[in-house]
Design a protein around this ligand. Structure first.
Ligand code: SF4
Length: 970
């Protein structure tokens, strides 16, 4: 097996106790890399993890007292990581004597992460023990934003907020209540709450994150997220840096490596030589915004050379509809379909793609051939990156999925499935009906196709008087810092006529929490309940995030009623908070709200958190049997199983080609088949499609197939984009004036150890990454006369920021980049927080829209209970770049287009590192310029949005209801 034997000297040293004895108890150390081992052997190695029967009494030596051998006894309680969406399994090691969490490791029983974590998982220990964390609910004193706070009780906060919500609902001001979420979670929990209140109040960060890619995927097949089966793929194409830092960071990364170990080839398209690109077989450093042109060139090669999957194209694309709509002069034959597509994409030659992107034509051809050869085993992914950065960025995901369709890899083993096929959906108690309200502050008429809420425009909507927020929750979110145009957010947050009451539900101080009325401390990964299920591979799992000290107390026979009784200080969690708040909004049940939050087991009484999760878990396929087999009995058997293991695998990987599933006889009762397109309808709704004589469930599109041709785009006034296409970005080379020093700034990449604005409380992470210089190729640096460390002034459309240059060959020439997640700040009057990462700044507002920020001091060592806080050696807290970006909402997908046209300059005398200036009048002008590009609703029949498109927190779709714009409404 290749285990390293102890050397003679090691043996002696161990025996004498000079070093610890690492070679007893089957301790294994690897001499070589893992490629020598089979999957089974690798699985066995994980048996080194403490076995579950010892999780209540696990003994280890305390590493801090080494070389003394101090035994420590731990309770091990599973939970899930909260530091990105992947929700990898964690296990908390709780000192049995002190009931303090000492460390976090992986959870080998979690099917997504399989015992492994990235650096951010174990760093949860830093977050929960951070000396600056908020331990008690706070209420502002003085004017909003002045920085003065007083401690209040949870009752005070709950009573005040619930009374205000009750009043708004009773006065039919439902649309003045909003829940604005950054880090989501809680599968469907907030649907239950907000729809229980009858409001259309969900607002999310998705339009600054992933909605561009979602839109591109959705147009094709009605699903908006991909689930690549990397481990079984033959060829993997990533548009971004997934392996190191993209979506599903660790679960995808480990499976990409697995695929590579089995022989898969990996290609990465990214203007930056990311760690992912450096691990790839092919790096395509494309000019930002041209990715769709490269992908369409590959599609053309596959079509021209006959490398496509004929069966799949013939059976599972709406080609007949396409020919009839676009080539009515031609006979409807498959050959004419292929010929028409070749004609449609004839300009996308490899040479054209090279001219646009800078990626060599030879490489484009070679990769197209490999994709064609991989066939169904072609896995790919685009999430943020190009899809989230460009005008028309949604075309990237659409062009990428085109390749998946051409190869027949949609939903295939080793291919790319819709994520819904690999994701668990909970069944909740007393589910509310869809709300009968439509909130135009989130889904305005101008953006009928926007895939998520136009949240980045909320301050502009408020500024121009479209409405107000009477009760507003920001949840683990930091719009002032994370969104573009943060000064406009500050202007609106500070205005009590725009935001009546702002409750920040947050584990940490943030630039947004400074502008709240209530700062309500919410738990980190190991301090809260939550439900997780993500499409990490070709399988389905559900995981349980739980407050570990509460669970330890239960095991020790000291159960608590509410989570904050077990957490540090009075740190609570959203689940119990919102159940309690809902109960107080409607204390006597007269508003019809309370009934949703009653116990399904004890009629008329308030549901407990255990009852909520037990209700869900007892309905998970296979879990009751598994819990019973593991010896759990009684009313909470399934919940107890989840408390013990933290996760359950629902299926191991049978969810391929779900579209081919046949409809049952029962489902086929009273259905009709449309002779034109073979779509099967029931009660007027499509439920499947006939394919080769079989009644298949198909995809959730109007044609029930992959839609190469989108009638929806035609119906909603975008006929020029009816088929996959390439749109030149707002930062295309043609629109930049290089003679004026204009460049494209790529601000979308992350340093893999950071977490948006939530790693400032994790000392290990900040120690690794603590600055965000401008990446610049040596050729560009030479042109400007820059060397590493020189100051550079980056002028955006609305202001500027001053950063330092980092000269590196890892950047495509002609493009510059700056990572996000760095540049955190506080003003002198603000509460101290995140001191591992935060600059102290001075902010001045001239009262006419002009805002200036400059750094008073950088990161400094400080005194605290953590002796490491005195050892901080870094001083540079980076620069806040997003605040100098204008809003750029794509007129179709609604996605913020992150890339910036910047004018590069050398700073003038007196301008310093970290200086920032923004004119919010200019930012409002830019908002209007982009708004003018839209083509507003209504669509056919007065619809606000295509009925077949998914929408978060879907309102009631009844005819004549809120989904339709009344004829007399402007
Ligand atoms: S990938 Fe890293 S940050 Fe994300 S959930 Fe897993 S361990 Fe946590």
């Amino acid at each position: 097996m290749g285990y390293k034997k102890p050397s003679f000297i090691e043996n002696i040293a161990e025996k004498l106790g000079i070093i610890p004895n690492l070679h007893k108890d089957n301790y294994q150390e690897f001499q070589d890399d893992m490629r020598h081992f089979t999957d089974e052997e690798v699985a066995q190695m994980y048996e080194n993890f403490p076995p579950p029967d010892k999780w209540d009494d696990w003994v280890e030596y305390d590493p801090k007292t080494w070389p003394k051998k101090d035994k420590k006894t731990y309770q091990i309680v599973p939970t899930t990581c909260f530091n990105c969406e992947s929700a990898c399994g964690l296990t908390a090691f709780i000192d049995k004597e002190t009931q303090v969490v000492k460390k976090f490791e992986g959870n080998p029983y979690h099917p997504g992460s399989r015992g492994r974590n990235c650096a951010k998982g174990p760093a949860t220990i830093n977050q929960i023990s951070d000396p600056d964390r908020i331990l008690f609910p706070l209420k502002r004193k003085g004017k909003r934003g002045e920085g003065d706070w007083e401690r209040v009780s949870w009752d005070d906060a709950l009573d005040t907020i619930s009374a205000r919500i009750r009043k708004a609902i009773k006065e039919d001001r439902h649309n003045e209540i909003a829940y604005h979420v950054g880090r989501p979670g809680n599968e469907k929990f907030m649907n239950w709450i907000l729809q229980g209140w009858g409001i259309d109040g969900h607002n999310s960060h998705t339009n600054i994150c992933s909605s561009g890619a979602r839109f591109g995927y959705n147009l094709w097949y009605g699903y908006n997220r991909p689930s690549p089966d990397h481990a079984n793929a033959k060829f993997i194409l990533l548009v971004s840096a997934h392996l190191e830092s993209g979506h599903y960071f660790n679960p995808h990364a480990q499976r990409i490596i697995e695929g590579k170990m089995k022989g898969a080839k990996l290609a990465t398209m990214d203007p930056r030589l990311s760690n992912t690109a450096s691990m790839s077989d092919y790096w395509m450093p494309s000019y930002p915004g041209t990715e769709a042109a490269v992908l369409l060139a590959m599609a053309l090669i596959i079509l021209e050379e006959g490398l496509y999957n004929r069966d799949y194209l013939e059976n599972w694309t709406n080609w007949k509809e396409y020919l009839k709509a676009r080539h009515s002069d031609k006979e409807v034959t498959f050959e004419n379909y292929i010929a028409a597509m070749i004609e449609e994409y004839k300009e996308f030659t490899p040479e054209f793609a090279e001219k646009e992107s800078g990626v060599k034509a030879d490489m484009i051809v070679e990769i197209a051939h490999l994709i064609g050869e991989a066939g169904e085993r072609f896995a790919s992914h685009n999430w943020r990156a190009a899809g989230a950065s460009n005008l028309g960025g949604w075309c990237v995901a659409r062009a990428l999925h085109f390749l998946t369709v051409l190869t027949g890899a949609v939903g295939a083993k080793g291919g790319t499935s819709p994520n819904s096929w690999n994701k668990f959906k909970p069944t909740q108690p007393n589910p509310p009906a869809p709300q009968k309200k439509w909130n135009e502050l989130h889904f305005p008429k101008e953006y009928p196709l926007a895939f998520f809420e136009m949240s980045q425009l909320l301050p502009h909507f408020l500024k121009e008087g479209r409405g107000k927020m009477d009760v507003y929750f920001s949840r683990v979110f930091n719009p002032v810092w994370t969104y573009p145009d943060g000064f406009t957010w500050m202007e609106m947050y500070a205005d009590e006529s725009k935001f009546g009451i702002h409750a920040a539900l947050t584990p940490i101080w943030s630039e947004t929490a400074f502008y709240a009325d209530y700062v309500l401390p919410m738990g980190l990964a190991s301090e809260r309940h939550d439900l997780n299920s993500y499409a990490t591979h070709g399988g389905t799992w559900v995981a349980f995030r739980q407050p570990v000290l509460r669970e330890a107390a239960r095991r020790n026979g000291k159960p608590v009623n509410l989570t904050y009784e077990a957490n540090p200080g009075e740190v609570w969690e959203e689940d119990e908070f919102f159940i309690e708040l809902s109960w107080r909004i409607d204390p006597d049940g007269s508003m019809g709200i309370r009934k949703h939050f009653e116990s399904p087991y004890r009629p008329g009484e308030k549901i407990t958190i255990d009852e909520y999760y037990q209700y869900i878990f007892e309905r998970v396929k296979g879990l009751p049997e598994k819990a019973k087999a593991d010896g759990f009995t009684g009313q909470f058997a399934e919940l107890e199983y989840m408390k013990k293991y933290g996760a359950f695998e629902i299926e191991q990987g049978e969810s391929y080609k779900v579209n081919e599933k046949e409809l049952s006889a029962e489902q086929l009762k009273d259905t009709k088949i449309n002779p034109e397109n073979d779509v099967i309808t029931k009660d007027g709704k499509p439920i499947g499609v006939m394919v080769n004589g079989k009644a298949c469930v198909g995809f959730p599109t109007p044609s029930r197939k992959n839609e190469f041709y989108s009638q929806t785009m035609v119906d909603w006034q975008w006929p020029e984009y009816a088929t996959p296409t390439y749109i030149k970005s707002h930062i295309h080379n043609e629109v930049l004036d290089k003679s004026k020093g204009e460049y494209v700034l790529v601000p979308t990449f992350r340093l893999p150890t950071l977490i948006h604005s939530r790693s400032g409380n994790a000392k290990w992470l900040v120690e690794i990454s603590n600055r965000n210089p401008i990446w610049m190729h040596p050729d560009d640096a030479a042109k400007w006369g820059f060397k590493t460390g020189d100051l550079v002034k980056m002028n955006t459309d609305i202001g500027y920021f001053i950063d330092k240059v980092w000269v590196t060959q890892s950047m495509k020439p002609g493009v510059v980049a700056c990572s996000h997640h760095i540049g955190r700040w506080r003003r002198p009057q603000d509460r101290i927080g995140n001191r591992w990462a935060t600059n102290t700044v001075n902010i001045e507002n001239n009262g006419k829209g002009g805002w200036k920020m400059n750094t008073i001091s950088g990161v400094q060592p400080f005194d605290s209970h953590d002796s490491d806080s005195k050892r901080i050696f870094w001083k540079d807290g980076g620069v806040h770049q997003n605040i100098t970006h204008a809003v750029h909402p794509d007129p179709i997908s609604g996605m913020h287009c992150w890339h910036q046209r910047v004018k590069i300059e050398k700073p003038s005398k007196g301008e310093k590192y970290g200086d920032i200036f923004v004119d919010t009048n200019k930012s409002h002008e830019v908002y209007k310029e982009w708004l003018a590009m839209t083509r507003p609703a209504p669509g056919p029949n007065g619809e606000r949005r295509p009925l077949w498109f998914e929408r978060a927190f879907t309102p009631d779709k009844s005819p004549g209801g809120c989904y339709f714009i009344p004829k007399d409404e402007k």
